[in-house]
Design a protein around this ligand. Sequence first.
Ligand code: CTP
Length: 400
Amino acid sequence: MLKEKNVLLGVTASIAAYKATYIVRLLKKLGASVRVIQTEASLDFVSPLVLSTLSENKVIYKVIDKQTNEWNSHVELGLWADYMIIAPATAKSISKMAEGNCDNQLIATYLSSKCPVYFAPAMDLDMYKHPSTKTNIKKLQKFGNKLIPVNNGELASGLVGEGRMAEPEEIIDFIIHDITKNKELFGKNCLVTAGPTHEKIDPVRYIGNRSSGKMGLAIANELAEKGAKVTLVMGPSQLSSNHPNINQINVISAEEMYSQVKSVFSNSDISVFSAAVSDYKPSESYSEKLKKEKENWDIALEKNKDILKDMSLRKKVNQLVVGFALETENEKENAISKLKKKNLDFIVLNSTRDKGATFEVDTNKISIIEKDLTITDFELKEKTEVAKDIVSVILKKINI
Ligand code: CTP
């Protein structure tokens, strides 16, 4: 959501300015490019050195940088930003924003920006209550700027009341909610299984399927980008998501995957089962490593539960369930049989016979087979693009 987005953080002179460091950290963690502009007065509250180190960009607080003799263009910065956040926003800066009083680089950039602007007031309770502050805030909202509500709590003055700046996590959550709320899948809960499962033989050996988890992760990301809240149940994989709308639950075995899936399935509007679940597990597993004393070793295996099939049996009419079929021969025939057997809305077929497709690569080549047996064949693509194709069929199925 904020990945690869340009976020401009404006910092004004309040005790809460130290929290700007956490805001930068959170934004960076979400993959945003961050640039910071400070008012000169805020330099007493938080050092530009800290903010430039965390943001990995030079902090701007003057129109002209005397050291380099460079002009810091507020126009260029304003146009660069996809989002602007002013946090903390003091009563004085709010008043300047309301009046268009651009006597510093921050306000000049604010006036030049064309992107959504969020502001998080921070001030003492009486200042916050004052009619002039209330009027200025209303004016800013009327201009389309988005107010991040203050908290009621301890203030720097020692008083307790309204005026405390929202916490950095609250600020980020507010922005993400705001960005997401108009997206197609906002309000939908999704479940995605991904990766392989490992079925323990002993502490160092296991049985498993080949899978990196890349396809499932790409689907989870795409659903989350469209505004859904996603639970990603991921088997053993190096991969993880930092998307704020994804809750990743890591599991090892099919049994663990089953129990995590079962706990969220009934609440999921859309479920995509892309995991390469091991169909069998050793009937017995050992707590110590087995020594290679025997010449031959027969391992008795027993069937794991079919997670997808089991969930499909519980599926209600308003739930959409998507499965995968990985085949090596008679691909379409086998996939159609799985589609029917597992009561799916559609199935995504990939074949090991297609070069550059299936596991451990960044690309995939799929066919989508729908309930009415319509088959759509797609070209070989990056898995991120394949995820878009799959999600667009999901959107079509739920009539969006
Ligand atoms: N699946 C599952 N639980 C299992 C096995 C498979 O949830 N124990 C899901 C997979 O995530 C996939 C679909 O079922 O969405 C089909 O998986 P696949 O391995 O292709 O087929 P299987 O049903 O296991 O049949 P087979 O191995 O005989 O091809």
